[in-house]
Design a protein around this ligand. Sequence first.
Ligand code: ZN
Length: 78
Amino acid sequence: MTKIIKLNVIPPPSAKKKTIFTIDEKDVLIKGVELESHICGNCGFVLAENIMVYNYRDVMLQCPNCKSYNGDPKSNSF
Ligand SMILES: [Zn+2]
């Protein structure tokens, strides 16, 4: 069963240190084969389906629904 992980809403990046995944369409940004899905910490929109976000250590996910920036809740690198 897929585990749902709510990401932390983080401030917009002040410098271009990290890769930002974002798209204009309201669809899942990343799909994979792992048993975890990651949802927006603000609105609950599914940002990354079935991935381990730890594989994407230096990225943040911008929610296409509410435009919040989301980072890994377990990592200080976000
Ligand atoms: Zn959102």
